[in-house]
Design a protein around this ligand. Structure first.
Ligand SMILES: Nc1ncnc2c1ncn2[C@@H]1O[C@H](COP(=O)(O)OP(=O)(O)OP(=O)(O)O)[C@@H](O)[C@H]1O
Ligand SMILES: [Mg+2]
Length: 282
């Protein structure tokens, strides 16, 4: 079943120029359309400034697009009635890149994870605590971590707390905006493994926003490529991505380093027009 439908979404920022008579508009997204099926992950790859986070905010209901529609379970998230919007807010969660700035430094882990439960569920203190302990354990932390403050956790552990908070209300879709990008490779792969497990256990869907092709491929069922506000390609499989002739995809593909240095290539700009490939052969 289709969970999310993005139909012909366009978005521009208004930039007010001090010394110009007219305000200028900066088009960031141009007629973007795609769907996410229940229980699947769409990886959205793109270089910096492509419009990925803006699209994420539009889907989360934070930034209303000037054109197009975002339908969640068939409801337009910007024109649904209040009760439906509240239900959608519960079913749509987010995990950002910077795990520290996403949490209140004065709150313990218990309070951070409790927040959505207190807002939406009417639980007793004992029920709430039981639920928070279950969530902590589900993301690989333990009961003794409940009393700790954000500065007492590593970046990876804190991202686990952000994930626990995001899954607390059993949402249907989580927008992961560069959620593993600032972590070291080992922690990154552990968090990706956790996200894959949670996806299977709870039937979650993800919009996995990243500039990291490897991370996207390790978790996604479909891959979309965003470039300068255009969704240039949408693939149902990795094979399609790797055989694509699209110049943007080719450039992204070339940026993946081979596992062994012998097979790596470096693209060096020699002048404004030509590019030369230097192969490292030993
Ligand atoms: N609040 C804002 N006001 C004006 N322009 C903005 C604003 N936020 C983003 N932009 C512009 O919109 C474009 C897309 O930004 P966005 O943050 O969506 O890119 P991104 O793909 O997420 O990049 P990154 O990979 O660096 O996070 C950029 O050109 C950016 O400068
Ligand atoms: Mg971004």
């Amino acid at each position: 079943m289709t969970l999310l439908q993005v139909n012909q979404v366009s978005f521009s920022f208004n930039s007010k120029k001090l010394f110009k008579a007219k305000n200028q508009t900066n088009k960031v997204l141009n007629e973007i359309s795609f769907e996410i099926e229940e229980g699947t992950c769409l990886g959205l790859i793109g270089t910096s400034g492509a419009g990925k986070s803006t699209l994420g905010k539009i889907i989360l209901g934070i930034q209303r697009p000037q054109q197009g529609q975002v339908l969640f379970q068939g409801y337009d998230i910007y024109s649904a009635d209040k009760a439906t919007q509240q239900k959608i807010r519960r079913d749509l969660q987010v995990v950002f890149q910077d795990s520290y700035s996403a949490v209140n430094p004065r709150m313990t882990a218990e309070r951070i994870i409790s927040e959505p439960l207190e807002n939406y569920e009417k639980l007793t203190i004992a029920e709430n605590r039981k639920m928070v302990i279950e969530l902590m354990e589900r993301v690989g932390l333990s009961e003794k971590d409940l009393i700790k403050y954000p500065h007492q956790f590593s970046g990876g552990q804190l991202q686990r707390i952000n994930i626990a908070r995001a899954i607390a209300l059993k949402p249907k879709l989580i927008v992961l905006d560069e959620s593993v990008s600032s972590l070291d490779m080992v922690t990154q792969s552990l968090i990706l493994e956790l996200l894959r497990e949670l996806k299977d256990d709870f039937g979650l869907s993800y919009l996995f926003i990243t500039h990291d092709i490897k991370a996207a491929f390790s978790i996604s069922d479909q891959i979309g490529v965003l470039e300068k506000g255009e969704l240039v390609e949408l693939y149902d499989s990795k094979d399609q991505f790797f055989s694509s002739k699209h110049p943007v995809i080719k450039r992204l593909r070339d940026s993946i380093l081979a596992e062994h240095p012998r097979f790596r290539t470096i693209t060096t700009k020699v002048n404004w027009v030509n590019t030369t490939k230097i192969s490292r052969q030993s």
